[in-house]
Design a protein around this ligand. Structure first.
Ligand code: SAH
Ligand code: SF4
Length: 362
């Protein structure tokens, strides 16, 4: 290994330049980052993978992010909204299969009918699982009051990706208006923390116009914000979106994949005790992409347990994996894959972020 990489990996704190150097490593050198990340994972969170059963319960969305296939302006999408009964069936499946946690994700809505419905749904999900199921939600930007309401109703983790921490880039991938505002998104993330959630964020990797410097700043942001969980993965272009016009300047998919691996590994070394998800988008590029991420620092996997019939309509990006498998097929195939990746499965455990637990004790 070059002494330069060795010297950086021996540091306790990475500078922006250090991170850029690590992101620039070639195929041989990057292995040292990966090995170090796996060692850190073993020591601080254990070689364990926790499941979160993912229910993508609706693709109705009132926003227009330029990268996303289910944006409001895409008229080619068959909109769906799974009934509460069906969502609760998925929760039951997760509970009975010892997933211990679920994630409810959907397009963004903030009308009162939606807010009340989610509150009710969270309460019911707790009720039918003897209060045992752990619930993460990923329902976009809401008011502090709504975040608090949902927290009290039973959700204890929240995912809201900042998407990019570079303001200029943010407005290249979103409209610039009241619904899409960088400061508002940041404030929402702060409100999530204030409401008492284990707070998760993340970015897309390989966006058009994104540089290694931007990505280094993203990692430093996670650290400064003292985040508990991160889910980040490759950007995958979708033909029916405005951002598709920049497809010619994108890195090849495999490079976006490799860059995502490095981002995960570097983050694990920087923030040793947080939860890091192996994003589904990794699997859209490499059939064993998520398992590869588990070997370089990730410790959370979110098997899709959305009723199969709805899956093909939740295509944030194209080539989304597992859209024609049922929840049970997913479980069996995943279990084998994770064991092959060298991890134990954290069945029947919430698998909370140790970082959050320490943050609470401060
Ligand atoms: N509406 C909510 C949750 C659903 S979208 C929200 O926006 O927060 C969940 C995540 O999917 C987004 O945060 C974004 O990072 C990711 N995503 C959307 N389109 C994508 C694409 N084309 N490629 C990769 N990830 C994408
Ligand atoms: Fe809607 Fe989320 Fe897609 Fe943006 S990323 S368009 S908020 S589903």
């Amino acid at each position: 290994m070059s002494t330069k990489i060795q010297d950086i990996l021996n540091k306790t704190d990475f500078s922006k330049q250090d991170i850029v150097t690590l992101l620039n490593t070639d195929k041989n050198e990057r292995q040292f980052i990966f090995n170090k990340a796996n060692e850190v994972k073993k020591e601080f969170v254990g070689l364990k993978t926790y499941y979160r059963g993912l229910v993508e319960f609706s693709n109705e969305c009132n926003k227009n992010c330029y990268y996303c296939g289910i944006r409001a302006a895409n008229k080619d999408v068959n909109r769906y909204d799974i009934s509460d009964e069906q969502i609760l069936e998925s929760v039951k499946f997760a509970y009975e299969n010892k997933y211990a946690s679920v994630v409810f994700q959907a397009g963004e809505r903030d009308d009162i009918e939606f807010i009340d419905r989610i509150e009710n749904l969270l309460k019911k999900a707790k009720q039918i699982t003897e209060n045992k199921i752990g619930i993460t939600i990923s329902l976009g930007e809401q008011s502090l009051e709504t975040y608090k309401k949902w927290h009290i109703a039973g959700a204890h983790r929240y995912l809201l990706r900042i998407e990019t921490t570079n303001k200029e880039l943010y407005y290249k991938i979103h409209p610039n208006n009241n619904k899409h505002n960088f400061e508002k998104r940041l404030k929402a993330l702060e409100a999530i923390k204030e409401a008492g959630y284990q707070t998760g964020t993340g970015v897309m990797i390989g966006l058009p116009f994104q540089t290694y410097e931007h990505l280094a700043d993203d990692l430093l942001f996670f650290q400064k914000f003292d985040i508990d969980m991160v889910g980040m993965g490759p950007y995958i272009e979708h033909t029916e979106t405005p951002l598709y016009e920049h497809k010619d300047i994108l890195l090849p998919l495999t490079d976006r994949f490799d860059l995502s691996m490095k981002m995960i590994a570097i983050l694990r070394i920087m923030m040793k005790d947080i939860n890091i998800a192996a994003a589904t988008a990794l699997q859209a590029i490499d059939p064993i992409g998520r398992e590869k991420a588990l070997k370089v620092g990730a410790n959370i996997i979110m098997p899709n347990i959305t009723p199969t019939i709805n899956r093909e309509n939740y295509q944030l990006y194209e080539n989304k994996p597992c859209i024609d498998e049922g929840a049970e097929d997913c479980t069996t195939c995943l279990e084998a894959r994770i064991v092959i990746a060298g991890d134990d499965l954290g069945y029947d455990a919430w698998g909370d972020s140790p970082h959050f637990i320490k943050r609470q004790q401060k």
